[in-house]
Design a protein around this ligand. Structure first.
Ligand code: ADP
Length: 211
């Protein structure tokens, strides 16, 4: 479980990144964070991340093989590596290129979706309890985004927290809870249906995005 009470973050220049945030996320929950640019989404993710090993959460791809990018250079059984890759939705890539193919400079031989799945496979292999993803780190098309979310949702015991910029009904329905941020605060939270019924800030963001 992730629990925060009255957490604030003020940057050295005086800008308030988080303003008195209270948050409880149960193990296994799938949580989306939504808000306009500057709302505090990255600050919240970074604050949550501070409680975990940054290596596990990194989406940085090394100029090395697919295998080493999944294992992060630690010894693991071949079977375990393949299983984690499969669950993360990397089977097609590995069938085509093998585990020993290079990911390229900064992962430039991988698509955005594949880079995110590498992060998911890392988390699975290491038995991480929490996966944090920021969709902005990869320019995903809609179809890839659905595929990544499917892979994420198949990991039932893991807590997944995703900063999402996609106001797509079908995707938003999948979250157990959506946290809506504005000016460093969580101004609303709930499922997609709950937030729509509320007709508050989330509702206006959603409606404006459809215009
Ligand atoms: P979001 O991810 O929702 O776009 P951020 O968490 O990046 O929002 O930013 C929240 C606020 O904190 C913004 O006003 C932003 O300008 C400010 N901020 C973020 N990072 C820094 C930083 N390193 N130094 C100073 N201000 C920052």
């Amino acid at each position: 479980m992730i629990e925060f009470s009255n957490v604030s973050k003020v940057y050295p220049n005086g800008v308030v990144g988080l303003d008195d945030v209270n948050l409880t996320i149960e193990q296994g929950e799938f949580v989306g964070i939504i808000g306009l640019s500057g709302a505090g989404k990255s600050t919240l993710i970074n604050t949550i991340m501070d409680g975990f090993s940054p290596v596990q959460q990194s989406v940085f791809v090394f100029r090395d093989t697919i295998r080493n990018n999944i294992t992060l250079f630690k010894e693991f059984d071949e079977e375990k590596v393949k299983k984690a890759a499969d669950q993360a939705g990397l089977r097609e890539l590995i069938d085509k290129r093998g585990l020993n193919d290079s990911c390229g400079e900064n992962g430039n031989k991988l698509s955005g979706g594949e880079r995110q799945r590498i992060a998911i496979a890392r988390a699975l292999l290491r038995g991480s309890q929490v996966l944090l993803l920021d969709e902005a780190t990869a320019a995903l098309d809609n179809q890839t985004s659905y595929a990544v979310i499917d892979a994420v949702l198949s990991m039932k015991e893991m807590t997944e927290i995703i900063v999402t910029h996609r106001l797509e009904e079908k995707l938003l329905y999948q979250y157990d809870e959506i946290l809506v941020m504005h000016a460093g605060e969580i101004v609303e939270k709930g499922t997609f249906q709950e937030l729509m019924q509320k007709k508050g800030f989330f509702y206006s963001l959603y409606v404006v995005s459809k215009e």
